[in-house]
Structures are given as structure tokens and as C-alpha cells.
Write a protein that binds this ligand. Sequence first.
Ligand code: KIV
Length: 430
Amino acid sequence: MSLRSKASESLKTEKGAAHEYVLVLGSNVGDRRAYLEKAIHGIQKLGEVLRSTEIIETWPILIRAQARFLNQGLLLKTKKAPGELLEALLDLEKNIGRVHRMKNGPREIDIDIVWSSTGSLIEPNLKIPHPFNRAREWVRRFIAELKGDAVDPEVGLQFSRIQGTSIMNIHDFKKKKEAKEKITVVTCYDHIFARLVQRTSIDAILVGDSLGNVIQGNPNTLSVTVDDMIYHARAVRRGAPQAFLVVDLPFMSYQASVEDALRNAGRILKETGADAVKLEGGAQVEAQVRALTESGVPVMGHLGLTPQSVLALGGYKVQGKDSAVQERMLNDAKLLQSAGAFALVLEMVPQSLAHEISQNLEIPTIGIGAGKDVDGQVLVLTDLLGLDPDFTPRFARHFAELSQSVLRALEGFAVETREASFPNEKETFH
Ligand code: KIV
């Protein structure tokens, strides 16, 4: 069955009705503005262009070594069903002169259907809403501008709430702090979840050494090795090739010497494609942070409850309750900033201290159990998904209760197999 007939079939009942579509145009070859104008001219023949956004310049994402794009969003009203519209737009791209060189490579003109009033559609060549709408700063901005009250059916939130600039490099962390835009970071340890995180507006992924607890089932992070971090970070990078990726330097991979720090951070960047490393501690690792940043390795710091020191701290407890520790932590934060760290995680510290540190730094603070007066938040993926019914730290809000869904699915499989209702006819080859 052709794409056209399949898509039209699912919309039979709406035949003759007008639909609205948000289209995103892009061009990064030749006279980019002229290509956009030709596209708009052609699109006007397919229906009524109700509104358009301004033209903006964006960086290429998947293949970064190519020219910048000009992008523009349009709100189109047409009687065409999604499949028909797609075919018309592909014809238009061809007539305008699009050359298909390589996937995600340079293009004279690209016209994407990113949202439609017809609802969700999943076809081999057409997914509406486009799976990467939320991840692309300009696409989410265009949809919000053209159709802000519309709800993204995949996540059940209005597009106008899925906003904010994206983080492409370390400088964007500071820009977000200056713009008072909260930074969002989530930990991730494998490919499948990385693919899902990459379909959201989350700013950065941390391959945390918390994988020692979460994935390996150890009581703490001390046994995690550089090889473990590389193994998981590679899987995450394959799932999220365009995410800003930070990887933890594990226990004793940097504490003993500057040489260790350089060698192990170098391995991590070279072997995983990460954008930065994170390490724990203040004054005691200042030399390492300076040497790394001077050698071109971006470093995220980590103060407060530093899990690699859990034995010395005597457990997982809030840090910075007394004034001596508060003063030391503020001092450590300033040292890390002057040694070149581009951001700082603050874990399990009182809100007032986190606030004071954030106010005193130019680089952003990213809190976990540090209250709301920080420049961003990081959560452990399994905590925010509610995947572990036996671990419920007070600061980690469950944004879902996935453990329930998982248990239901597993028990369902067991029961239905025993009852012989799985597999059914449709699930069987003859
Ligand atoms: O390892 C980790 O997951 C972390 C976060 C808790 C910040 O360091």
C-alpha cells in the first residue's frame, strides 16, 4: 500500500475537512533565503498560509560540519490529508532543486511537517508530531508561536510549556544562567533510554557513576571503573548522538594525581564522544580541574554530598549544615570556577546554602536535593521514572510510576502464557 493511500485511509472520516499543519522550512546551501521564498510560494498553492515565523539562523545538529541553516515556520490550512501533503511537499522540494546527497547533510530546501490538527500519525516516512520537535530549540519555538495552545500528544503538555534554549556547548550553560533559564539534566546509562531522552527538551545527559548503584547493584559508587564508565557512555552516545553528554570520572581515576586525571579524562572523551567530564571535590582537586580545562577538557564540578567520599562522610547525609562547612563549600565553589569548571553540581545541601553559592558564581549550579534556588536540576533517571519501588529519597520526585507498569507487564506475560492466551493468532506465523 502506498504512503498516500495508507495515510488517507486513516483519515477517511475527515475527507473534505480543512486541516492545520505546522511546517518547518530549512536551507543551508546556496541562496538560502531565495530557497525559502520559493518554498513558501509553492506551499501557498497547496492551501492558505495562515501565519509565518521570522527567519532564524541555526546550527546543524546531527552532522555539525556543514553550513548553518536558515529556518522558518509556517502554519498552513489545507484540505490535504497528511500523506497527500507529504507527497506534494516532496515534489515541491524536488522542483525547487533539492539534491539528495546524504542523510542529514547539506540541503537546498527541506520542508518538514512537524504538527497537524489531524492528530498523531506513525507511518514509515511520516511521523506527526515529528519525533524531534521537542529536542530542537527552533522547532519547539516555532510550534509554540504558531500553535502554542496545541498539546503535544506524545507527552500531554502544551507546546507553549516545552520551551527554552538548547545547550550545544559549555558556553550555553552560562548563557542559560544569565538568561535565568533553568538547566535540566538527567542521568542515563544505556542506549534505549538515551534515545528517549534525546526526544525531549532536556538540556544535557550525565552518565553518572551512580550506575554503580543503579545498574550494577553495588552499595556505593566506589567500585566503578573508567572502563565501566566508557562502556555505558558509548551506549548512551549511540542513542543520543546530539545530546550534550557529561561523563563522571569514577573514584580514584583522578584523585591521586593530575596525570591520572588527564589520562582518564582523555580516554573518556576520545573513546565515548562525551562533551565533558564531571569530578567530585573542591580544593583537593583544584589542580586537576585546572590542568584538565587548560588541556581542553571541559569539567563540571560536584560539591555537597560527594558519593565517592561516602565512607569518609559516614553516609548519605545532607552536607553544609554548620557554618564551617558552609564557608568551605562556598570557597570550594569559587576555586572550581576559577580553575575553569563550566558548571557545578550541588548535591544534598540546604536550600539557603545552595542559593548563596549560586548567587556568588558566574557559572551555573545544578542541584540535586539542593532546593529550587539553583540554576538547574539534575535527577537520577530511575528516580524520576519511579522505577525503583524500594528507593525513594525525599528530594527525588517521581514524574512517573514505571515500576508499576513494569510489574504489570511482567506478571501479565507470565499469567497469559500460563493461560495460553499468549501468543494469539495475530502473533503467530503460519
Ligand atoms: O552519579 C550521579 O548520578 C551523579 C548525580 C547524582 C549528580 O553524580
